[in-house]
Design a protein. Structure first.
Length: 113
């Protein structure tokens, strides 16, 4: 799995409009692109001008296909409609997955038994 996690900083006055302008593209990406598990861009409630980006892809191949898909290019164009004041978007390879809570119901950072 590959996670993409990041943020874009924009003028707080335009943030919500930018997020809304990508809503249909977010839905289309999650619905129509094979290997897309999560594709979300949302307004950060703690930072007025921040758009938080969270994506989860089943494989490098699925992510590469997304980078060639019209949804990717249209989303980028929509987000560039207003100047960026900063941001960072990083990709992460995920090598293990486990529930947050163990069998005892207690949250743990450990993987495995």
């Amino acid at each position: 799995m590959i996670a993409i996690i990041g943020h874009l900083d924009v003028d707080p006055a335009v943030r919500d409009g930018l997020v809304e302008s990508t809503a249909e593209l977010q839905q289309a990406t999650a619905r129509d692109e094979p290997g897309c598990v999560v594709y979300t861009m949302s307004a950060d409630p703690a930072r007025p001008g921040r758009i938080t980006i969270v994506e989860l892809w089943e494989s490098p191949e699925a992510l590469e296909a997304h980078f060639r898909h019209p949804n990717f290019h249209a989303t980028g164009a929509a987000l560039r409609a207003e100047p960026r004041l900063g941001g960072s978007v990083m990709k992460y390879r995920i090598d293990a997955v486990a529930p947050v809570r163990g069998d005892d119901g207690v949250a743990t950072a450990a993987f495995g038994s």
